[in-house]
Design a protein around this ligand. Structure first.
Ligand code: CU
Length: 462
């Protein structure tokens, strides 16, 4: 097990300066806490998602929302490697949408990107076979120019893949018992205690940053637990906020998986920095009867108590934390001859670009052959005072991070990834292997305000 500090890698030292500048949030509810909601499981060969309008009542007010099979967020889809899945996605909204399976290796026609529009009132039937290792993925709309708003309104859910390896690992795996999803999202409440999506220019540049944190759609919920070992699948489901997550007593926990599955070696830490769309799975031991909080700090913003864990005076099950897993990173060297560069640029009032271009549905940015291995260098070049963080997400594949600013990446970036944080000035090299499927896929900044403002491109696999 590797012990690391709060810093993922060198360049994030610049992040640290901006943490802790804020104070605890002012917004406090008058009423009592609610229990942590755990989204229902959706399993089997035929899976149905209904996109619908709804409302979400927090202690401070009621907001109009959208969700899958409910008012806010959606069920946790759980499938196994090798499963055949027939999806039925019914859109009962008054507007078009899409459903993208973030992190899933699927044929382009079923990827759920901007090309697979599910029109208002219509149904979409993607069919695919699960062909990847155990991982915590997620799903959300990906409609051109409308992703940020629809996700903000509540449209997102988790997508678990299990496999023979994960099913036999001696770690907590009982959903909602000792294995919990924690979907962290910030939302901006107005004076009426409601959140609505109405970004100004500043919000487009800096992201639609909130003033409260929701966990699985609840405000400061509690979770009563026996003593024992627990697994939490932590996802940053925010639009554009980078989160720093820790427990109130700054206890250590063990990180066992990142976006696309288990790490080669587990990592002991007390803090996680998670950018929008990234996921980590952690193991935590609760050994004494006590109340512990989860603290979420927003980069450049405030620090919030996001939920409480009430540890009861009852003994549960303890697990040892595995030191290594069956993941061997495929790190390609410079001998790979297909290399591409991606310059992520802030263009002020003109939005955002990658390699000087803003997203155009009618433009294919590059074409590749199926079964190719490539090395991509992603650079956040900033623009004078506009030192804005970005991230980079690639559809279809899980990739390996080769280097961050010329150095070996930190241990949290040593596993399978589909999204990386790219801080101003950063240069990140990743290795990707494209196989099995053809068609058009997206790459983009996963800060949704940036994505909707053009920071996206598309590649064609032939
Ligand atoms: Cu960005």
């Amino acid at each position: 097990m590797k012990k690391i500090a709060a810093i993922i890698y060198i360049s994030l030292a610049s992040v640290v300066i901006l943490w802790g500048a804020g104070t605890q949030a002012e917004t406090k509810p008058e009423t009592g806490q609610s229990a942590l909601p755990v989204p229902p499981l959706l399993e089997g060969e035929n899976l149905k998602l209904v996109m619908e309008e709804g409302s979400l009542t927090l202690p401070m007010g009621t907001s109009r929302t959208m969700g899958f099979n409910g008012d806010y967020l959606g069920p946790t889809i759980r499938v196994s490697n090798g499963d055949k899945v027939n999806m039925e996605v019914q859109n009962t909204l008054k507007e078009d949408s899409t459903v993208h399976w973030h992190g899933l290796h699927v044929p382009a026609e079923f990827d759920g990107g901007p090309h697979q529009i599910v029109k208002a009132g219509s149904t979409w039937n993607p069919k695919f076979r699960i062909d990847q290792k155990a991982a915590t993925l997620w799903y959300h709309p990906h409609l051109l120019g409308k992703t940020a708003e629809q996700v903000y309104n509540g449209m997102a859910g988790l997508f678990y893949i299990e496999d023979d390896y994960s099913k036999n690992l001696p770690i907590p795996k009982e959903y909602g018992i000792d294995d919990f999803p924690l979907v962290l999202q910030d939302r901006r409440l107005d004076k009426k205690g409601q959140f609505t999506y109405s970004p100004g220019m500043h919000d487009v540049m800096n992201g639609y940053i909130g003033n409260i944190i929701l966990v699985n759609g609840a405000y400061e919920p509690y979770l009563d637990l026996k003593k024992g070992t627990y697994r939490f699948r932590v996802i940053n489901g925010s639009n554009s906020s980078i989160f720093r997550v820790k427990f109130s007593d700054e206890r250590d926990f063990t990180v066992i998986a990142s976006d696309g599955g288990f790490l080669p070696e587990s990592v002991e830490t007390s803090t996680l920095i998670i950018s929008p769309g990234e996921r980590y799975e952690i193991l935590v031991d609760f050994k004494t009867t006590e109340k512990i909080s989860l603290i979420t700090e927003i980069y450049g913003g405030d620090s919030y108590k996001s939920m409480d864990f009430n540890i009861q005076n009852t003994d549960g099950i303890y697990y040892s934390h595995p030191k290594s897993f069956n993941y061997t990173p495929t790190i390609y060297d410079e001998s790979v001859n297909i290399k591409r560069n991606f310059r992520m640029e802030t263009r002020g009032m003109r939005g955002f670009s990658i390699n000087g271009k803003s997203m155009d549905m009618n433009r294919i940015d590059f074409t590749m052959d199926k079964n190719s291995t490539e090395i991509w260098t992603i650079e956040n070049v900033g623009m004078g005072m506009m030192n804005i963080p970005h991230s980079f997400h690639v559809h279809d594949v899980q990739f390996s991070v080769i280097s961050v600013n010329g150095r070996k990446p930190g241990p949290l970036y040593s596993g399978p990834k589909d999204t990386v944080l790219v801080m101003p000035g950063d240069k990140i090299k990743i290795a990707l292997r494209f196989e099995d499927y053809t068609g058009i896929y997206m790459y983009h900044c996963h800060f949704l305000e940036h994505e909707d403002s053009g920071m996206m491109g598309q590649f064609l696999i032939e």
